[in-house]
Design a protein around this ligand. Structure first.
Ligand code: ADP
Ligand code: MG
Length: 452
């Protein structure tokens, strides 16, 4: 077996372990460069591939090679000097390959039976440390629905891939288990269906319509907050499916314990299985996501531009896609690749401002929004639990993030005695020590304060 054949069989094996999107990104333009005794030298096109392959795939590649030829004991990755030079001359974009209609009408047909969008699949879902747990849990649920994790609860901020992931689970189950009936329902739709059923007095038939379902996927369950009647009906629907070992998958913008005005019994149902989050992708992963999206569109952009987007558009994946799309549209109209100065202008609205720092207004706004409260409720003179905790968190953040003095915070909150503020601050600190959930909650709030 020569080096090329050896590498081809390694690649064939690798495809079994990782998604198409990741495979294409990391293994394109790789080859065996040379062999030095027990060490194989593999050439890769750029520094990112090098870092990623040596951090993430070293063991897997080595094991695969070792299985083929047990005298191979070590790997080394080098950047192919040829290909990094090529990057600069490679200002190509394959016009012929672009189908303008395809760009315009990217929407795939939504399946009427399942409500799933076939665009959301595991194959184009990029995995990194920011979402690997959620991805692994999702895959496990897709492989053995109703057995592995039930319910599976995935939470995280806007545009971080929750809908994509939970729909990918649904699409995989539909594909692999032809007989299983999958249903995807956004919570907003769920609530409005429940309300219409109550009005029309046909709740029983609404429930009956859901009973043959094997996999129920409910998106954005935070929407149920405060909707008591809908929660009650949802609780019964949940139970009757759960008792039959049907898979239930839920997404939310916050963990169950942080959803305000959620009935205790529903909260404990949500918490009864696996809870996992998706957070923000790092620079390398943002770059991979961009490359994956371009590949889907059959487009290429110079590395320099991709690096610019990846290092500047940080808010979430939806924005990353938005930034990319605005370049694609520019390209469509002008028929040439924008140079980096033009790119900077085009992406102004997407760029994460280094001045995006916390301030009083943002903290109050974000805390109120997080707990579905009006901003002014935070200042109400009340001991109601739903208000007290958010108020203490707001005080805590003003102190911790903005270094406000305790008396200054007291003044903001209507001249409260500043010992109340100290009490709030200490209470939150102590709770953080005692329970991880609150830490998660605070991190989510902080993430939103700083990315707003
Ligand atoms: P959320 O439901 O969390 O608000 P979405 O699932 O709607 O976010 O994701 C927003 C956009 O980003 C979608 O177009 C989705 O395809 C894309 N996206 C999110 N996560 C990923 C990922 N890990 N890999 C590839 N694309 C992603
Ligand atoms: Mg969503």
């Amino acid at each position: 077996m020569n080096n090329n054949e050896l590498w081809q069989s390694v690649l064939a094996q690798m495809q079994l372990y990782i998604s198409k999107a990741n495979f294409a990104t990391w293994f394109q333009n790789t080859e065996i460069f040379s062999r030095e005794n027990e060490r194989m030298v593999i050439s890769v096109p750029n520094a990112f591939s090098k870092e990623w392959l040596s951090n993430k795939y070293y063991k897997l590649i080595l094991k695969t090679m070792h299985d083929i030829d047990n005298t191979i004991k070590e790997l080394e990755f080098i950047i192919n000097p040829q290909s990094s030079k090529n990057l600069f001359v490679k200002k190509v974009i394959d016009l012929e390959k672009i189908n303008i209609d395809q760009l315009k009408f990217e929407e795939f047909k939504i399946n009427k039976e399942t409500n799933l969008n076939p665009r959301y699949v595991f194959e184009n879902f990029v995995v990194g440390s920011f979402n690997e747990l959620a991805h692994a849990a999702g895959l496990a649920a897709a492989e053995s629905p109703g057995v592995a994790y039930n319910p599976l609860f995935i939470y995280g901020g806007v545009g971080l891939g929750k809908t994509h992931l939970i729909q990918a689970i649904g699409n995989k189950i539909t594909n692999d288990f032809r007989k299983k009936r999958v249903k995807y329902i956004p919570s907003e739709k769920f609530v409005s269906n429940i309300i219409s059923a109550i009005r029309a007095k046909n709740m029983e038939s609404f429930k009956a319509s859901l009973s043959p379902i094997d996999v129920l996927i409910v998106d954005d369950v935070q929407f149920f907050a405060g909707k008591n009647k809908s929660q009650e009906e949802f609780f019964h629907i949940f139970n009757s499916l759960y008792e039959k070992n049907k898979q239930i998958i839920l997404s939310s913008d916050k963990p169950p314990n942080a959803i305000p005005e959620l009935e205790e019994r529903l909260r404990s149902r949500f918490e009864g299985g696996m809870i996992t989050d998706v957070s923000l992708p790092d620079y390398e992963t943002r770059l991979v996501i961009l490359k994956t999206k371009l590949q889907e569109k059959n487009l290429k952009l110079p590395e320099e531009i991709l690096e610019y987007i990846a290092s500047n558009v940080k808010k979430n994946i939806r924005e990353l896609e938005g930034a990319l799309n605005s370049l694609v549209i520019y390209y469509k109209i002008n028929n040439n690749i924008p140079d980096i100065e033009v790119v900077k202008k085009l992406l102004k609205g997407f760029v994460f401002s280094p001045f995006s720092v916390a301030n009083y207004k943002k903290i109050i706004e974000t805390v109120a929004k997080f707990y579905n409260l009006e901003e002014r409720s935070l200042f109400d003179k009340t001991r109601r639990k739903e208000i007290v905790k958010p108020r203490q968190i707001a005080m805590f953040l003003l102190r911790k993030e903005l270094k406000y003095s305790f008396p200054a915070i007291a003044r903001k909150f209507g001249g409260k005695d500043h010992t109340t503020v100290i009490y709030a601050y200490k209470k939150i600190l102590q709770e953080i020590e005692e329970n991880n959930k609150l830490t998660d909650e605070l991190n989510l709030i902080k993430q939103r304060v700083y990315s707003g």
